[in-house]
Design a binder for this molecule. Structure first.
Ligand code: GAR
Length: 190
């Protein structure tokens, strides 16, 4: 069974959805949730579902004896970034080549880059008056939001949509697609 680690900084609705999906699928399991934010609801959601949850600081993320050694101790096969807001370090990317994905709440390369997360993205989408937005799941490299795109799904942006309404449409797409895209990648890499 493949072992997945999920990194998150906030609410963790994707963390919960991914854990629950793989609790019903024998191909893989989420064994560890990691957060830079001690107050992240993602940590509580993981613990409630019986998954180990740990907090780390910047030094531990950048030190090869910190987060990386924890990932190796847990024999992690695949890493998912689900609302993780720090840049991912090169030394972990090097050890997990092509085995790290991130979800972004817009159609990259549009509305990506440093500072573009959560509601900032949806506000920018409304301000730009674009007709559609969506989600992007992509491999992670050392630059924000620039790894190879694996999957995109779209939704409309209607004339009077608020950033909050767009957030709801994006949430629905994330819940629907993220776990199955992870599963497909795991099967392909098996
Ligand atoms: C998700 O919408 C995800 O796409 C976004 O953060 C949200 C986390 O929600 N990620 C980014 O903006 C990354 N640039 P969650 O904590 O409820 O899963």
């Amino acid at each position: 069974m493949k072992k997945i680690a999920v990194f998150a900084s906030g609410s963790g609705s994707n963390v919960q959805n991914i854990i629950e999906f793989f609790q019903k699928d024998a191909f893989a399991t989420v064994v560890l949730v990691l957060s830079n934010n001690p107050n992240a609801l993602a940590l509580e959601r993981a613990k409630t579902l019986g998954v180990d949850a740990v907090v780390f600081n910047k030094t531990q993320l950048l030190d090869s004896k910190g987060v990386l050694s924890q990932l190796l101790q847990y024999n992690i096969d695949f890493i998912v970034l689900a609302g993780f807001l720090w840049k991912f370090p090169k030394h972990i990317i090097g050890k997990f080549d092509n085995k790290i994905v991130n979800i972004h709440p817009a159609l990259l390369p549009k509305f990506g880059g440093k500072g573009m997360y959560g509601m900032h993205v949806h506000k920018a989408v409304v301000a730009a008056k674009v007709k559609e937005t969506g989600i992007t799941i992509h491999h992670v490299n050392a630059r924000y939001d620039e790894g190879a795109i694996v999957f995109q799904a779209k939704c409309t942006v209607d004339e009077n949509d608020t950033p909050e309404e767009i957030a709801q449409k994006i949430h629905k797409l994330e819940m629907e697609h993220f776990p199955t895209v992870i599963k497909d990648l795991l099967v392909k890499n098996a």
